[in-house]
Design a protein around this ligand. Structure first.
Ligand SMILES: Cc1ncc(COP(=O)(O)O)c(C=O)c1O
Length: 387
């Protein structure tokens, strides 16, 4: 019996090594890994540049308190802010901490400008923002909140894609709207550009903040952030997962205007942004910022889309919809998604489920076309088996 608390329904398999798009099981079997730690190993397993960065940093300095200046953290913050809407980055260890920090920053902003009554956040049904208590009750998914009451107050939930409901929910206590640019756990539901723009307009009209949770989708769509296509600028953006390439790292990005309440002592994290984590975060950016890298992600995303759509057209009773942008994809299947995932695993391909009977596909951004072909071939085989 395992001594680990049983909070995961783990598959009965473990892996001894990984390289790029592949994982190797204890018995030597090779798996095409499109889980990648759930959208986390953004450059695949054991990327040479990340190995080099972590080895180099591990010989210099692992951890030091945020009471001191951390040059690797300064550099990462500068690169993240020079290249985005944000003026400041606040480092965390995970996505849920990044969303928590976002909630805190939004509330503190209004407190600082003399409107402390503005402390409620509008969120959306089907959202996922993490597992800390506030993040849980922000998403308010009964599957996750049951038994964890009392409810953390401060969130007003509205149906997804219902701007009228958003407008109705806004009152004198509203501080912000928080939404994932692409709903990940909810089923790779892309919020269309016109909706993002519409939410920005609503926020501007009411003098409230827009928080775009990009924990799962940042760097993956072929733009640095998924929201960039819409042309708007948010106020606060939590990120994590891919930004550390598999090393625990999260951050909350924020504009100067909205950061005013966050003075010394208002927030902290022992590990958040330590030298080791930031060295890896910087190494990830070295690759992401390479000329043409994100353009290439767009091309690969399109290539993958074409292949997936061919299968969808051939098996319309099995695959209902292809969702996602770039290299964050969802297959909405018309058969049981868990059964489909099991069959893919029999064909040595790893994927992960989401709500709405969706199968999530997270190829690493360094995936090769022949590996996308391999994935398409395996998905097609499963469709054949289920026909
Ligand atoms: C959009 C979003 N926000 C927050 C989180 C929480 O991240 P973490 O599991 O790193 O705490 C996740 C995790 O899946 C996520 O997808």
């Amino acid at each position: 019996m395992s001594s680990i608390l049983g909070t995961y329904a783990r598959k009965n398999i473990s892996f001894t090594k990984g390289k790029g798009s592949y994982l190797y099981a204890e018995n030597g079997d090779k798996y095409l890994d499109f889980v990648q730690g759930i959208a986390t190993n953004i450059l695949g397993h054991c990327h040479e540049h990340l190995i080099e960065a972590i080895q180099k940093q591990s010989k210099k300095l692992w951890h030091i308190s945020n009471a001191f200046i951390i040059p690797e953290q300064e550099r990462l913050a500068k690169r993240l802010t020079d290249n985005t809407f944000a003026d400041f980055a606040c480092f965390q260890n995970s996505g849920t901490e990044a969303t928590e920090a976002s909630i805190k920053i939004a509330r503190k902003y209004f407190h600082k400008i003399g409107k402390p009554e503005k402390n409620r956040i509008i969120t959306f049904k089907g959202a996922f923002h993490g597992r800390t208590l506030a993040a849980l009750f922000a998403a308010n998914n009964p599957k996750h909140t049951e038994g964890f009451g009392p409810k953390v107050d401060g969130f007003d939930q509205v149906p997804f894609a219902d701007h009228e409901a958003v407008k109705k929910a806004i009152n004198k206590n509203t501080a912000a709207i928080m939404i994932e640019t692409i709903m990940g756990e909810g089923g790779i539901k892309v919020v269309p550009d016109f909706c993002i723009k519409g939410l920005r307009d609503i926020c501007d009209e009411h003098g409230i903040l827009l928080i775009l949770d990009e924990v799962q989708c940042a760097y993956r769509t072929g733009n640095f952030f998924a929201f960039e296509k819409s042309g708007i600028a948010p106020d606060i953006v939590p990120i994590a997962k891919g930004i550390g390439g598999g090393f625990p790292l999260g951050a909350c990005l924020v504009t100067k205007k909205v950061s005013v309440g966050m003075t010394p002592g208002t927030h902290g994290s022992t590990f958040g942004g330590n030298p080791l984590a930031c060295a890896v975060g910087n190494a990830v950016l070295d690759i992401i910022f390479k000329e043409g890298f994100l353009e290439d992600v767009k091309k690969k995303g399109k290539y993958f889309d074409e292949g997936l759509n061919k299968i969808k057209n051939k098996y319309p009773k099995i695959i209902g919809e292809i969702r996602g942008i770039g290299l964050i994809k969802g297959l909405k299947v018309l058969v049981d998604n868990v059964e489909f995932i099991k069959k893919l695993m029999n064909h040595k391909m790893l994927t992960v489920k989401a709500e709405e009977n969706v199968i999530r596909l997270f190829p690493p951004l360094i995936v090769q076309e022949k590996e996308l072909d391999e994935a398409i071939g395996k998905i097609e085989k499963v469709c054949e088996e289920l026909s």
